[in-house]
Ligand binder design. Sequence first.
Ligand code: F0G
Length: 352
Amino acid sequence: MAGIIERYRDRLPVTPETPVVSLEEGSTPLIHAPGLSSILGGDRQVFLKFEGLNPTGSFKDRGMTLAVSKAMEQECRGVICASTGNTSASAAAYAARAGIPCWVVLPAGKVAAGKLAQAIVHGARVIPIEGNFDEALELVVEISEREGITLVNSLNPYRLEGQKTIAFEIIEELGCAPDTHFLPVGNAGNITATWRGYREDHHAGGTPSLPSMIGCQAAGAAPIVGGAPVKNPETIATAIRIGNPASWQGALDAIEQSSGDILAVEDQQILAAYDHLAKREGVFCEPASAASVAGLLKRHETAAQIAPAGGTIVCTLTGHGLKDPDRAIAGVELPAPIPTEMDALRKAMDLT
Ligand code: F0G
């Protein structure tokens, strides 16, 4: 399958001269979630847009293919980003593909193991800092300007342009926009981009309706919900451990224009949603991704209207569960090995 630049060339800021750096990202599945649908009732149908099936395991690849292609068109010296992990994994892979240097600045000790492994294996220069993501972002913005290195955080306009294609795919699959779209919010680029995609399609005569956009922040890192930056954000969902989102205004616009909302979900609610997705729907996403479903379940529990009866709901699952193996096995103790014997196996299987 072609990547998002080839599929949506006429809706993206590329020319025939743009060198396309692609790993065939996008075209991710929109998976029906029967368990969540039956919890909501009223014949409402919930779908999971599983972005964990992008080439580097997160939605970042949609924006990174365009950001790195444009950087190559502009003959860049290299790329740099601050990251809670996924942006760095994606930047590292696309930079490797393009054959250019990549620097990634990360909050030390707060990046999930799988993401760190990706940045390392793709040959990025990994620079941990003592500060958090917000502080890392301030540093890289300044050095990118001083040194003429291309910033590939979502402040780079091509990132959001690429990421808007998620909405095009959902509309193609459903035939129109869903009634409601839940997604996790960290730096707020994705909610901004997804809403842009829906709107552009609508204005071009595509989907007749537009969804309500519901952003979900972790309660310990919920500056938009609280209306003020959070100096020391904390959550088990390290991907969205962000206290001062760069696209704050974009998120507010999306919420207001779509009659949507922004919610805070507790870590316990995120983990319950993560568990539900893995054990009942068979879909393994990372904790930050489960924030979207935690928001959906929280709304349902408080009896808030989510979608009309018979309506359609999409939750973006932003990253793959294998990104954060430590979270998956946290608190789990495997039993001691058994003798290599049939009787012991039967016993261990609870068959006797
Ligand atoms: N989900 C995952 C898995 C993420 O990695 C991120 C952001 C988000 C949700 C939130 O998206 O920032 O557009 O609101 N990760 C960035 C990173 C910050 O550095 O990988 P957002």
